[in-house]
Design a binder for this molecule. Structure first.
Ligand code: PLP
Length: 237
């Protein structure tokens, strides 16, 4: 199956309210171009240097070398960042993305806010919630998320758009459902409190679901699914 066919098949299965985020990490630029030709506009990367390199390359091929080249500008691509972001890499990422889905520490949140203050950009973020059984996965606890979103500290250069989570890596569907139901409950709790918090005016995204579990994620209110392998095939590490 081609990338275009994969996108079409997945899109047909998504409810209209769910946005497909194409996870292009570890896939070459040609794969992004193929997905773009098929109409895909939202892409996600997980490594700062790789995101930066792809954005630069796209800029170069978009720049028409001859008046007649007719190359698309690619300026309508929306980049999301979904990986671990170190505070010394912000400049490779923040100027280019429309959302950081993987904010997983208070230090990173503060650094994004400070970067935005200096550079005049309000960054859309999702807080990554630790829902999986694996200790190794990243993310805040539910209490840490409550403290950030409902507490007193303000982050004027950050727009809190919702939550992101990764379920446990398992074939046991009951475990995946339990992971998703916990993040959905937290999402609902924060959404219910949002009217009293001006900083939560844009809190509406629940980014859950990947290649293996996005159909389940939709049952738990996913507004975005992040799909790599089912679109692009196995990653080329
Ligand atoms: C790689 C990645 C995905 C995509 O995973 P697939 O199983 O290839 O669909 C989704 N979300 C995050 C945070 C990732 O790092």
């Amino acid at each position: 199956m081609t990338i275009a066919e994969n996108i079409k098949n997945i899109t047909m299965k998504l409810s209209p309210a769910v946005r497909l985020v194409a996870v292009s990490k570890f896939h070459p630029l040609e794969c992004i171009l193929e997905a773009y030709s098929a109409g895909q506009r939202v892409f996600a990367e997980s490594r700062p240097q790789e995101l930066y390199a792809k954005v630069q390359s796209l800029g170069e091929i978009a720049r028409p070398s001859e008046a007649s080249s007719g190359a698309p500008s690619y300026s309508d691509i929306e980049w999301h960042f979904i990986g671990h972001l170190q505070t010394n890499k912000l400049k490779l990422v923040l100027p280019y993305v429309s959302m950081v889905q993987s904010v997983d520490t208070a230090g990173l949140l503060e650094a994004i806010d400070a970067w935005g203050q200096k550079n005049g950009k309000v960054t859309n973020v999702l807080l990554e919630c630790h829902i999986a059984m694996e200790e190794t996965k990243q993310g805040f606890s539910a209490d840490e998320i409550r403290e950030i979103l409902l507490g007193d500290r303000e982050y004027p250069n950050v727009r809190f758009c919702g939550l992101m989570g990764m379920a446990t890596f398992t074939d046991d569907e009951a475990v995946i459902r339990s992971d998703f139901s916990r993040i959905k409950a937290l999402y609902d709790e924060i959404s219910a409190a949002a009217p009293g918090h001006p900083s939560l005016a844009d809190f509406k995204e629940l980014s859950i679901g990947m290649s293996e579990d996005y159909m389940i994620a939709m049952e738990y209110g996913a507004t975005m699914v992040r799909i790599g392998t089912s679109i692009f095939g196995p990653r080329q590490y």
